[in-house]
Design a protein around this ligand. Sequence first.
Ligand code: ZN
Length: 273
Amino acid sequence: MARIASNIVSVIGVFGQILESQKRQCPAHGEFTDFLTGLGKARSAAWSGCQLCADEKRVEADRVEQEALTRENARRAIESRIGRSCIPPRFAERSFTNFRAGNHGQKSALAICAEYAESFPAHAQRGRSLMLLGNVGTGKTHLAAAIGNHVMREFGMTALYVTAGAVIRHVKASFDRDTAHNEVQAYQLFAAPDLLILDEVGVQNATEFERTVMFELVNSRYEAMKPTIVISNRGRDELPTYMGDRVVDRLRENGGKLILFSWESQRGNGEGA
Ligand SMILES: [Zn+2]
């Protein structure tokens, strides 16, 4: 019988027998009992540390996991509402590493956009926007997509890519009695993501209605301190015609940057957009 009992003790020992205990001081929680526990051959004995610290760590890990889950649900909700077209398929794999930066302007644009993406949570906290202006085929959408991809992959945040024309159509459709969304909901869709990439500004007609839509869109995000990347083939002086003066002012607030893509088109040069 004694032999069986000793076998049981050694089995318990494998799964974590308390070998020793000591009173110690935790800088945060004061005195606690530290237990040295044997974990068998797989892992050597280890001290338990402060139990209150361990509890706090667990609570924090739960909170982080919960937050990630909430963000993921928000991202899914946006995707299911607009389809999976957050970033157009053509730009789905665009990154900073596959952007060709030959001249000084391209290198500078790449550096600003890469920094913006890497520090996005800090920029987002201040609602800091970006304006990418210049000719077609200079890589504006490429760099914006790279920012969007980085923000989604690295930070699990939501990014939505949309053209100005699509926004205007979506708002216009809300006036239709047969449409499922009303005007408020139409703007809410674009106000929700952590980052909105608004492409092809200035391709539309520059009517008063279109300026109003652009203002409502950028303003709702501005008030929520959420950044917007505006992409346009129009120059700095022309942009207010399509968005209104106030919109351009808001995009420049809190250190919002304007990047001019002033080089020639790279299309047909092995490099799209
Ligand atoms: Zn502690």
